[in-house]
Write a protein that binds this ligand. Sequence first.
Ligand code: DGY
Length: 307
Amino acid sequence: MRSCEDKAVKVFDAKLNSNDELYSQEKLLDLSVGCDGILSSLTDKLDEDTINKLPGSVKILSNFAVGFGNINIVAAKKKNILVTNTPEVLTDATAEIGILLILGACRRASEGIEAARESSWKWSADYLIGKQLTGTRLGILGMGRIGRKIAKIAMSLGMVIHYHNRSKLNADKENGATYHKELKSLLSVSDVLSVCCPASKETVNLINKDTLEYLPKGAVVTNVARGDIVDDEALIDALNRRKVYAVGLDVYKGEPNLNPGYLKHKSAFILPHLGSATKETRTAMANLAINNLEEFFKTGNCKNKVN
Ligand code: DGY
């Protein structure tokens, strides 16, 4: 993404993090001295303490992600710092990974890949039998842009779509999916669950010991949104008890570490937060994050503000 860095340097007097170094709070604060804005990534933890210590010159945090769980937007607001994100441009790429998680978990891709690499397999009529998607009910938790795109692709695979959202969508956006006002109601019909909602105070550990019990026995749980939404111990316990048949995960609490309990399960299809990882999408995200800064410095506002 050299071209995006070039653009940033052309438009602003920019300090680049060319080696993608994970800055300590101290280094981040040092580097922000004299800056009017910060283009942050989801690995930059801009919590309340860090935001309170930022120099007064910083007026905008332009996050290079659609999610902004790495930023305390309330603390930013109190300090009169605008926070922006990069919606829409990563919908398709993230939905592709959402579908890959469903396919990988249902069709036992982790076990298949391992066996193929080790040549330790023999075709037989009942070898590595997985779950077929055709006719299977897909529960989408969070029917925003990414959830709707996953629903559209899943429908073309013959899945039957159900969703839970804060509010019911209009028929156009719903596209034949069945709305569930209550999360428990959605879970009770989710042969496969796709977690697509943003991480927030309300959604932390929404998938937990109690809510998992509402799933049909042998359900598949996938998460393309944020690790914070899932209580890992509860999900691993559900895998151990075979209440949950398989999981497909791209995001984790405390990334890049993940709960080692998942590694014990062959039925865990796990990826390293690849949701938006295509050249087209990352370029579009970087351009949008730069444009958000430009818009703010020109107008004092930004259409992609989140606080
Ligand atoms: C986002 O933008 O929130 C994605 O998770 C980044 O891959």
